[in-house]
Design a protein around this ligand. Structure first.
Ligand code: SF4
Length: 76
């Protein structure tokens, strides 16, 4: 699963949303999140993000962001 991290805050680009084949991006107050159960781990969004905010959850210290993405994508 890919997760959106802090560089996304106040980012005005939505290039990632447009390329996602399963539409699993959701909008928070001033950031986007990825629904962890809907993401198919294709990786297409990662290079599209100009803020470099999208990271694979396999990187170190991602627990906080995994939770954050889950929390805000399940509101909808
Ligand atoms: Fe969507 Fe693929 Fe990015 Fe997951 S990795 S959020 S499925 S574009």
């Amino acid at each position: 699963t890919y997760v959106v991290t802090e560089n996304c805050v106040a980012c005005k680009y939505t290039d990632c949303v447009e390329v996602c084949p399963v539409d699993c991006f959701y909008e928070g107050e001033n950031f986007l999140v990825i629904h962890p159960d809907e993401c198919i781990d294709c990786g297409v969004c990662e290079p599209e993000c100009p803020a470099d905010a999208i990271r694979p959850d396999t990187e170190p210290d991602m627990e906080k962001w995994v939770e954050f993405n889950r929390k805000y994508s399940e509101i909808w």
